[in-house]
Design a protein around this ligand. Sequence first.
Ligand code: GTP
Length: 597
Amino acid sequence: TPTAIIRNFCIIAHIDHGKSTLADQFLLKTGAVSERDIKAQTLDSMDLERERGITIRMHPVTVYYELNGTKYELNLIDTPGHVDFNYEVSRSLAACEGAILLADAFQGVQAQTVANAFLAIDANLKIIPTLNKIDLPHARPDFVIGEMEQALMVDPDEVMRVSGKTGVGVEDLLAAVIDRVPPPAGSPAAPLKALIYNSHFDTYKGVVVYIRMMDGVLKPGQRIKLMRTGREYVITEMGQFRPEPTKVDELSAGQVGFFTANIKNIEYVNIGDTVTDAVAPTAEPMAGYKEPKPMVYSGLFPVNNNEFEDLREALGKLKLNDSSFTFQPEVSDGLGFGFRCGFLGMLHREIIQQRLERDSELNLVQTAPNVTFEIKKRDGEVITVHGPQEVPDAGLIEEFREPIVRISFLIPAGNIGDLMGMCTERRGTFVRTEYLSQQRVILVYEMPLAEVIYDLYDKLKSVTHGYGTMDYEVLGFRPADLVKLDILVHGQKVDALSVIVHRTSAERRGRQVLKKLREEIDRHLFEVALQAAIGARVVARENIAAMRKNVTAKCYGGDITRKRKLWAKQAEGKKRMKQIGQVEVPQEAFLAVLESD
Ligand code: GTP
């Protein structure tokens, strides 16, 4: 069959276990690039990825390798290595028949190794268990193979051993890919069916769509249809990444490559969608398509209010390359005009903020993150809420619902007590434990996403001295006793300071916020009341005493330059004051409260 020489595979691994380094070795050993050309990490081409040393977006590469007189076409589809991008991992797995399951020969099986291995098993991929970094002097291959056997039901005899650093074992691994991974099953004669597993935006060519051909043949000039939206386009150019983009005359069933078709907006190109022929379409799209759903939201405001339009433009540019990121204008009485932005998770949020700061000169304030909520109103309507401002009056709410995740920790057995305590504190429900060995254990909980996003990862790292890892998936929404906590300054509600919290922590949280506000707001001629309230019920209260007249008369002696400086500083301070009723609240007060999480 024509696909007999094709192998499509990916490498799945925990962060830092050496996926990119190994991919570079494949390029070297197959002659796709020379030693001289190989940059630090060819596949992680995005600057930010290289800076942070993590794979965020997938980069495919096609290489040719001769074995026993046959020249094989090998397509390596890189997968992102972070829990925020799990859906993209699942789509890239759907484009493959096999997966190299890579584990660091010292660190062993980690939370992401397990999570990704199960995704690959679910996707029916042939798994090639592989130990990496066997050059490390402290490598402990038998121990790690034991863990693989226990956690992932791997046959010890099938485990390959490589070093991405020295290149040892890499050719054997390529041979194992050819030997063990089945060739793709599709037929060139069937109607066109191709899976979109990624895309990026090119200023000149429009959207570059990354596809895995399932059936049929695709050629320039052909009229295609994106099955989700029904939108039709004519193919202008096609190619493969070898690793540089290289034009081809056609792509046929089983192959991996890309096309352009003058698609102007990345939002029309959905990851997981199916491409078919507009004239002779396939009967059914590929299964498993999901709408990317942001789970974490926060407000983004320019410190300088007249930079609002610049911020809009900068966000628009980012969105060109990342359709899973969303933004909506938002007005806040504390921070002025800005945007409520949606992210897949906390890492995604951090990446977007860093890109914004790097690509534009904007000075930005990011408000405390919150998850998506669902609210069932008394009139029966169910609404989705992305921030405290969208919460209806308490009297209209029948039920508040929040996203729940199943979270797995892989930790040293000695830390199990600490971890369980942490999870209980965060409203977690115990699911199970599983010992990988006497020293290491998997601990599974169900827990509100809101309790995960703030600081759980940092806490895990500190409790386990860096050895613990975690991974989670969203299960769905469940009712919870949540409330909107409002902050009132001298009787006036300040929307930028409202938060959604669990009822049991409302009072503590309210006190924290009021304390900070009290530190930031100057004394006035009258007493200023600060209150935290749920609806009309005040749960915490602080006062800022009125100032005494003689305090204002404070004098700095005769040094006029020093006085001028003081005046200038006061004037500057004035500009950043926000009038809430009769009270002047400095901008810093908002930031102190919002950024405190
Ligand atoms: P993510 O993209 O974040 O998932 O990381 P990755 O899995 O691509 O890891 P990467 O290839 O960036 O390697 C992580 C670190 O391990 C780097 O410092 C590499 O130099 C090092 N490393 C990778 N392979 C080997 C190896 O075989 N031996 C040794 N000693 N170090 C290695």
